[in-house]
Design a protein around this ligand. Sequence first.
Ligand code: SAM
Length: 172
Amino acid sequence: MASLYDSADIYDLIENQERYDAYKEHWKSVLENKNIKSMLDVSIGTGSVTLPITELGVSLSGSDLSETMLDRCRKKASDRDMSVELKNSDFRDLKCWHGNKYDMVASTGNSLAYVSNEDVLKTLEQMDALVSDKGYLYFDLRNWDKILKERNRFLLYNPFFVDDTRVNLVQV
Ligand SMILES: C[S@@+](CC[C@H](N)C(=O)[O-])C[C@H]1O[C@@H](n2cnc3c(N)ncnc32)[C@H](O)[C@@H]1O
């Protein structure tokens, strides 16, 4: 089965300026009273979560397993005149970033859920090794306890229209 991440344009249908601004506000509150000048997102995807942080004076780097997602991130950054260093890498092996340290090392978009519990531990160690002294690790993850409790298996998005075609995104 094809992966959604091979169709980064479809993945990004849920993105809009309002969402972008909301993330920017979120990052403002995360940065408050912290000395964070550099960030590495090890599952940056198309950058929909982390690109806004570059407008707050943070230098952003990112990696991802999907070259298609990275290509789209590259284009979005260039359209907004942002400079972001991007690399193709599995977050279980982050040696492509060795030699660098970051004030915040993140995995955004519930991405750690893609690997086994054992590999999550390995990933955390890999990420931790890249954090600068007094730096931060950042994760955004689904509330799995809530999901298991509510057992809501399908998340329906409003339809999107691409030219004459209606696209219905359903998260299972
Ligand atoms: C739900 S998307 C989140 C993307 C982005 N952070 C966002 O929030 O829009 C999950 C991302 O994790 C990436 N991913 C999955 N497994 C990975 C791995 N082992 N190493 C690095 N990236 C991975 C996928 O390619 C995809 O871009």
